[in-house]
Design a binder for this molecule. Sequence first.
Ligand code: CMC
Length: 438
Amino acid sequence: MSIMSIMSKEKSCPDATLTVEGKSYSLPVVCGTENDRAIDISTLLQQTGYTTLDPGYKNTASCTSDITFLDGKEGILSYRGYAIEELAEKCVFIEVAYLLIHGHLPNPTEYEHFRGLLNQFSLIHEDMIHFFDHFPPNSPPMTMLSVMVNSLSTYYPEMSDDPLKRLDLTAARLISKIRTIAAFSYKKSMGHPLVYPSPDRSYCANFLNMMFDKPVQPYMVHPEAVAALNKLLILHADHEQNCSTSTVRLVGSAGVNLYASISAGINALWGPLHGGANEAVVTMLETIHRDGDNFKKYIDMAKDKSNSFKLSGFGHRVYKTFDPRGKIIKEACDDLLEVLNVSDPLLDIARRLEEIALNDQYFVERNLFPNVDFYSGIIYRALGIPTNMFTVMFALGRLPGWIAQWKEQQEDPDGKIGRPRQVYIGEPSRPFVPMSER
Ligand code: CMC
């Protein structure tokens, strides 16, 4: 394969020409609304006999989508055309969830209806509460979350007949119940009595109350804590074709129900290179603190190619500048800690690490900036959320995005089962050796 060239960068998006073994082929170019350009190689194999190789899908678009736009060079993120900065400032989480799933911001009637559904669906079947008793003590909450979400399909089997039938109800059910499951899993892990959702509280206030209210110590829901939680969930709500979202789409493409697809996404999110990074950041900051705040040692370890250690919360596959979510979270973190009068030594360490890394040639050359996970854990700590629940919080936020992406894929008339190719590099064909001759 010798030359691949897009013939023109005009908006009209003319075809690209690919020359393989001296023969030229014309391939269509797909142009996005924000100037993304992609060469459609779906007929390449048929035309040329060649496939494409792109480990980690660094430059492969698996779909077209009208949900989320991300510009990694400029640090831009928008949902359905609305800038993330504005949504985080002006909306509550469930408004953004509605926007992602339904494609438009809810009007007052739609908003009240959605709130009503979230309230109506907020309990889980009482039998499901017994599931928690059968996990060993100290089970990771992400395991419980994925098991419980998968189990929901057995209680609500209506999706098996027609996956898109009343998806609005299934979406509301999932968004409401995941919050209840998350709070119950925490209460169970603490051995505390469960606190049920209340119809008078907002989505985020309900969650905080279900987590922290105790019969012997009533919890006062702080409006600043509710505002911070809303912001965090909005910032996590979607991020186009990341690892967990691609997992949801891939699993969904095989025709399984939404609950099973989301459960798979939860497992993908758990990884420390993905959503698990928020937990890894705080663990790293605690280690540095215990090690006498020896920043240099950890920066050197992150730069050392013979060491697998990475600076958690730094770097991103798409952002090659500041992650816009990280910027908003950093400000929210400063504000919340001030209002709650919390002093957290880990925040000082995080700020120092960021300052050192941003001026270090290794990080500068590789465009490694703090990502969404770098400061989020410090807010969660200030809210009283334990470290092992951080990735569960990420899942709560990401759920509307997963649902919207799954819906978009199911509704795509050209939708196909996801099935990447490979280039085989194993033994060439060889004769079988009988056991007695081996
Ligand atoms: N610390 C030290 N070096 C790093 C880091 C880091 N955090 N991230 C990337 N690098 C280096 C990497 O070693 C490579 O160096 P070289 O070119 O010399 O081989 C270069 O930067 C490019 O990195 P990459 O691993 O090829 O980039 P990627 O796009 O495959 O990985 C990433 C992206 C996010 C997995 C990676 O930056 C990372 O592991 N970061 C730490 C974990 C983290 O914070 N994850 C959360 C991501 S944002 C939220 C989410 O997705 O859920």
